[in-house]
Design a protein around this ligand. Structure first.
Ligand code: COA
Length: 157
């Protein structure tokens, strides 16, 4: 990944930008669920990490992971178009996976749109297995694939 990219926890004042990019890059065509208030709560929550990738202090990508007792859920992930395909998405997931392992959590789960071939290729490349298809998960005509990764078997790269 580009050495000028830093990954760390999001600040509260980044919630609005993350929310708008989520609406445009991830939730397009669906109801907007990750609004600024929800992002601000996630940034403040003890059971959730909102990680951001920054270039010169400006947002390049973000990922949200919620941690439970034995599993974690990757709720949101996007890299801004100008920054895609430079390893930032993989680095964000690796950062969040490392935090999960440090908390003793070995399994990560997530959903992706069945039609999102890029995301499915990306997660497969990172060692995620497609476990089930969930018909109408996002909307009546928008199915999800559920994916999972066992970090004990495939640690963050
Ligand atoms: C999916 C997404 C987060 C990937 O982020 P990224 O920073 O571009 O991905 P990386 O550069 O880390 O890619 C890692 C690997 O994933 C795969 N990959 C990434 N983008 C790909 C694409 N467009 N086509 C095919 N494979 C792709 C490749 O194997 C890539 O490795 P390589 O570049 O060495 O071939 C990004 O495309 C994105 O934000 N998309 C829009 C939002 C979205 O779909 N989010 C996921 C919702 S579940």
């Amino acid at each position: 990944m580009d050495a000028t990219i830093d990954i760390g926890l999001a600040r509260a004042d980044e919630a609005s930008a993350i929310a708008v990019h989520s609406r445009d890059l991830v939730e397009h065509g669906l109801d907007w669920r990750w609004k600024p208030g929800r992002l601000r709560r996630a940034i403040a929550a003890r059971d959730t990490n909102v990680a951001v990738a920054r270039h010169d202090g400006r947002l390049a990508g973000f990922g949200v992971m919620q941690y439970f007792d034995e599993e974690a859920h990757l709720c949101l992930l996007a890299v801004l178009p100008a920054w895609q395909r430079r390893g930032i998405g993989a680095a964000l997931v690796g950062w969040l996976e490392t935090a999960a392992l440090e908390a003793g959590i070995g399994v990560i789960r997530l959903e992706a749109r069945r039609r999102n071939a890029v995301a499915r290729a990306f997660y497969r490349r990172l060692g995620y297995d497609e476990v089930t298809l969930s018909t109408g998960y996002y909307a009546p005509d928008e199915d999800a694939v559920r994916l999972a990764k066992d970090l004990w078997l495939a640690p963050p790269g």
